[in-house]
Design a protein around this ligand. Structure first.
Ligand code: NAD
Length: 499
């Protein structure tokens, strides 16, 4: 059985805890590797080594650090297919989707190639007699990144690229489900010129995470995962005096107005609801058609599109629409939620519970599922399902649809499909959600903007990537300097040249 360990001080290591987690192939249900789970002592040791390495890295000028990002970006491009295949094998997503996962991470590395301009401070000459003021952005030291299973390339890159480009060292603790790609990325960034010890990739579970949260050298924690864990990590990191940004779960609504192009809305809903088996924090899981006529026409368009979806392993080709869920437990949970929806009175229009694929009977596949007449009291509405299940909540008016979206506990993404600019503008202005799409179903901002939800989708006050990431991973120091040669008697200010 293949064993997967850590990447510490520039080398792959086996890990010595004697504790392991199974890594599955979700398409077959087979265990394909055993992952070493780090102890507190291993974490503390790796953090201490990272702190030593960070001193030289912080002293490396920002342009040289940016050159490492340039070489890293080129290596990611060269290795795109290898990374995507390793990702699909552990995660189960299709190859085009896996390439997209790497690509969206690479785009953040590309922004970090321009790190020097993000790290510049401000300057004020002659703020007083002979007095100049300037500010500088300095790295925090050693920071931690704790990431989820669903984007095994993209989210580790969102964390490591800005943290490292800013002069920090990072301990990356990826998901136990998909550990291979983060380790490959560590090898690639070493090849790109990152000094040993500046990025340590350590695999582990709660013991490793808690050790990071309690380690006094760790200055900041960037987390992405489910809301209960995000809230826990935010609380513990903050009470230990660390800077923290913790991104959580979602329940993204798409409002479909009566004037929307319904064919385009149905296409968008199928892609955004079922792509990656619904295991995206920006997946649309709730469709909110306005008016019964819109709802009936939408359902009529959705059903044939959903019935055409091809579900299968990534090895079946690029025309597969989505693959298996991540674990057997996720599959059972999603099927259980579908049953609860039917029992609580929603109309089960397409039922994916009995889906089975010849040769892959033990894989974690769930067929696409569509509900109509869902109400806010039902569990399928209240919970983040994180599976290929689309719920339709019918609204009588735009105001009711907006109100529903606003009252949801989550606020990651949302979308409106309409032909009316006034309605779209009103929605974008009023809705209490972090990322908004107008005739656009998954509004993940490009890498030079920032990514972050509101309400229970994020804890902390800065977004991921873009300018906010450089703010999060640096501290501002402001210097007030006086040079007496610029001051004449009594403190009156004169320029030397005018003397
Ligand atoms: P998860 O919360 O189970 O795990 C995330 C990380 O936390 C992993 O590294 C895991 O090892 C660690 N962890 C898990 N339980 C822990 C515990 N009790 N104590 C300490 N650490 C623990 O999330 P997941 O299932 O890997 O990912 C799916 C979730 O992530 C979904 O809720 C999804 O919406 C969310 N997500 C959010 C965003 C975003 O930017 N808002 C992006 C992607 C995924």
């Amino acid at each position: 059985m293949q064993k997967i360990g850590h990447f510490i001080n520039g080398k792959k290591t086996e890990g010595g805890s004697g504790r392991f987690a199974d890594v599955f192939n979700p398409a077959t249900g087979e265990v394909q590797a055993q992952l070493a789970l780090a102890t507190k002592a291993e974490i503390d040791d790796a953090v201490a080594k990272a702190a030593e390495a960070q001193v030289g890295w912080a002293a490396t000028n920002p342009q040289r650090r940016a050159r490492v990002m340039m070489a890293f970006g080129a290596l990611i491009n060269e290795n795109m297919d290898k990374l995507a295949e390793a990702l699909s094998k552990e995660h189960g997503k299709t190859m085009p989707d896996a390439r997209g996962d790497v690509q969206r991470g690479l785009e953040v590395v590309e922004v970090c190639m321009g790190a020097p301009s993000m790290l510049k401070g401000e300057f004020m000459a002659d703020g007083g007699p002979g007095i100049d003021l300037y500010s500088m952005r300095q790295p925090l030291g050693v920071v931690a990144g704790i990431t989820p299973f669903n984007f095994p390339a993209m989210i580790p890159l969102w964390k490591m690229a800005p943290a490292l480009a800013s002069g920090n060292a990072m301990i990356l603790k990826p998901s136990e489900r998909c550990p291979t790609v983060p380790l490959m990325l560590a090898e690639l960034i070493k090849e790109a010129g990152l000094p040993d010890g500046v990025l340590q990739v350590i695999n582990g579970d709660k013991e490793a995470v808690d050790a990071l949260l309690d380690n006094e050298t760790i200055q900041a924690v960037g987390f992405v995962g489910s809301t209960p864990i995000a809230q826990y990590i935010y609380g513990r990191a903050c009470s230990n005096g660390k800077r923290a940004q913790c991104f959580g779960g979602a329940k993204n609504h798409m409002i479909i107005m009566p004037d929307a192009d319904l064919d385009k809305a149905a296409d968008a809903l199928v892609g955004a609801g079922f792509g990656a088996a619904g295991e995206r924090c920006m997946a649309i899981s709730v469709a909110v058609p306005v008016g019964d006529k819109t709802a009936d026409a939408l359902i009529e368009r959705l059903v044939p599109r959903i019935e055409k979806l091809k579900v299968g392993p990534y090895t079946a080709g690029d025309d597969v629409d989505y693959g298996p869920l991540i674990t057997a437990a996720s599959k059972e949970r999603v099927k259980g939620l579908i049953t609860s929806g039917a029992e609580q009175g929603a109309k089960l229009v397409v039922d994916g519970r009995d889906f089975s694929l010849q040769g892959y009977e033990d894989g974690y596949f769930v067929g696409p599922t569509l509900f109509d007449n869902v109400t806010p009291e039902m569990d399928i509405y209240k919970e983040e399902i994180f599976g290929p299940v689309l719920s339709t909540v019918r609204a009588k008016s735009y105001d009711e649809a907006l109100d529903l979206t606003m009252k949801n506990q989550y606020g990651n993404g949302t979308s409106i499909f309409t032909a009316d600019g006034d309605t779209a503008r009103d929605f974008a202005t009023k809705v209490n959600v972090g990322m908004v799409g107008i005739n656009f179903p998954i509004p993940v901002p490009l890498s030079y903007f920032t990514f972050g939800g509101w309400k229970k989708s994020a804890f902390g006050d800065l977004n991921q990537y873009g300018p906010d990431a450089f703010r999060f991973y640096t501290k501002t120091k402001t210097v007030t300097a006086r040079w007496f040669s610029g001051i004449k008697d009594g403190g009156e200010f004169h320029f030397k040249a005018m003397d």
